[in-house]
Ligand binder design. Structure first.
Ligand SMILES: NC(=O)c1ccc[n+]([C@@H]2O[C@H](COP(=O)([O-])OP(=O)(O)OC[C@H]3O[C@@H](n4cnc5c(N)ncnc54)[C@H](OP(=O)(O)O)[C@@H]3O)[C@@H](O)[C@H]2O)c1
Length: 309
C-alpha cells in the first residue's frame, strides 16, 4: 500500500513522513521541489503542485491513502474543475486523513464576509469555511476520512526566532494571553494513527497542547531551552498594531491577531485544551517546554549553534 503525504515538507508533514517510514509504510511525498525536500531514505519524493492539475496523476498513481494538506481546498477549483480530491478518488484513493484546523469544529453562523462582525470573528468564520469546506469535500466523495484539527501550533513561536537569535527582546501585546499550543509531532502522531489503523475512520479530532501557555511563559521556556535570558517587552495593543502594519502586516490581519490575543488573557475559552490526544495515544500531549527544547537550534544565536555542534 502506498500512502501519499501532501504538504510533506511542512512542519506537520515532515513528522507524518518520518513516522510512516518508522512504521514500515511505503511513503510517497508530494512537493514542488523534490530535490530540495530532504526526506528520509526510502521516501519517494514526487513533483506535485496543487495549483497544477497536470502534475496530480503521477503523484496519485497507485496510491490508496492520502494525508491531505489544506492547500488542496484553495486549489480545488483549479484546472478543469475536477479537483485534487475527486481525481484522487478516481485514481483509487479510498482514505483521506485531512490536515484541518480547530476552526472547522466551530459552530456555523457567522458569514466570512460580514463587515458588521469583529475582525476576529470574521477571520474565524473564514478559517471555518475553508477547513470545514475541505472536510465536506472529502466526505462527499464517499471515501473513508478522518479529520485532524490542530489548535494553534507551537511553531507559530518561530516568528520570534530572528529577534531571539539577534539577542533582542520579544515585543508583543498581552503577555498574559495564550492558548494550549500544540506540538506538530502530536498532530502528526494522530494523523499517522488514522492513516495506518482502522479505528479512526469517520472521526474528527481537535488536537491541542496540554494547557494554556502565555506569551511571557513561551518566551521564558525558549530562554530556558537555549540557556539565555530573553527579555519580554509588553506593548500596548495600539503600539503593536502600528509596529506590525509598519512591518508589512495587512491591517485586517493585525486587527484579528490583536483580537485573538485579547480573547485569551483570562483563559483560552475560544480554544480550550482538548482531551483527544490523550484518548487516542494514552499519553499527555507534549508541553511547550518540550517544543522549545526540540526547537532550541532555531533560537540559538549562530555562534552558540556552532559551539553546540
Ligand atoms: N498556524 C497555526 O496555528 C495553524 C493551526 C491550525 C491549522 N493550521 C493549518 O496548518 C497549515 C500549516 O501546516 P504546516 O505548518 O505543517 O505547513 P507549512 O510548514 O506551512 O508547510 C506548507 C506545505 O505546503 C506545501 N505547499 C505549499 N503550496 C503548495 C502547492 N501549491 N502545491 C503543493 N504543496 C504546496 C509545501 O510543500 P512544498 O513547498 O515542498 O511544495 C509545504 O509542505 C496552515 O495552512 C493551516 O491551514 C495552522
Amino acid at each position: 500500500m502506498t500512502i501519499l503525504v501532501t504538504g510533506a515538507t511542512g512542519n506537520i508533514g515532515r513528522h507524518v513522513v518520518d513516522r510512516l517510514v518508522g512504521a514500515g509504510q511505503r511513503v510517497r511525498a508530494m512537493t514542488r521541489d523534490p530535490r530540495a525536500a530532504r526526506l528520509a531514505d526510502g521516501v519517494e519524493a514526487v513533483y506535485g503542485d496543487f495549483e497544477r492539475p497536470e502534475t496530480w496523476a503521477d503523484a496519485l498513481d497507485g496510491v490508496e491513502r492520502v494525508h491531505l494538506f489544506p492547500f488542496a481546498y484553495v486549489a480545488a477549483g483549479a484546472g478543469d474543475g475536477a479537483g485534487f480530491v475527486e481525481q484522487a478518488v478516481r485514481a483509487g484513493v479510498h482514505r483521506f486523513v485531512v490536515h484541518s484546523a480547530a476552526a472547522a469544529g466551530f459552530a456555523p453562523g457567522d458569514e466570512p464576509g460580514d463587515r458588521t462582525l469583529s475582525p476576529l470573528r470574521r477571520h474565524l468564520a473564514e478559517e471555518r469555511q475553508a477547513h470545514r469546506g475541505l472536510e465536506l469535500m472529502v466526505e462527499a466523495t464517499g471515501a473513508e476520512w478522518t479529520h485532524v484539527r490542530p489548535g494553534l501550533l507551537a511553531v507559530n513561536a518561530l516568528r520570534w526566532a530572528e529577534r531571539i537569535r539577534a539577542g533582542q527582546a520579544v515585543r508583543e501585546p498581552y503577555g498574559a494571553a495564550g492558548y494550549p499550543l500544540v506540538h506538530e509531532a502530536d498532530v502528526a502522531e494522530v494523523a499517522v494513527a488514522a492513516l495506518v489503523g482502522d479505528s479512526h475512520v469517520g472521526a474528527a479530532y481537535t488536537i491541542t497542547g496540554p494547557a494554556k501557555v502565555s506569551q511571557a511563559e513561551q518566551v521564558r521556556a525558549i530562554g530556558a531551552a537555549i540557556g539565555e535570558e530573553i527579555r519580554f517587552e509588553e506593548l500596548t495593543p495600539e503600539e503593536a498594531r502600528e509596529q506590525w502594519i509598519h512591518d508589512g502586516c495587512p491591517e485586517e490581519t493585525a486587527d484579528w491577531l490583536i483580537g485573538l490575543l485579547a480573547a485569551a488573557v483570562e483563559g483560552p475559552e475560544l480554544l480550550p485544551p482538548s482531551t483527544a490526544f490523550h484518548r487516542i495515544t494514552g499519553r499527555s500531549p507534549r508541553s511547550f517546554t518540550r517544543w522549545a527544547l526540540d526547537h532550541a537550534a532555531d533560537f540559538r544565536p549562530p555562534a552558540r549553534t556552532e559551539e553546540a555542534a
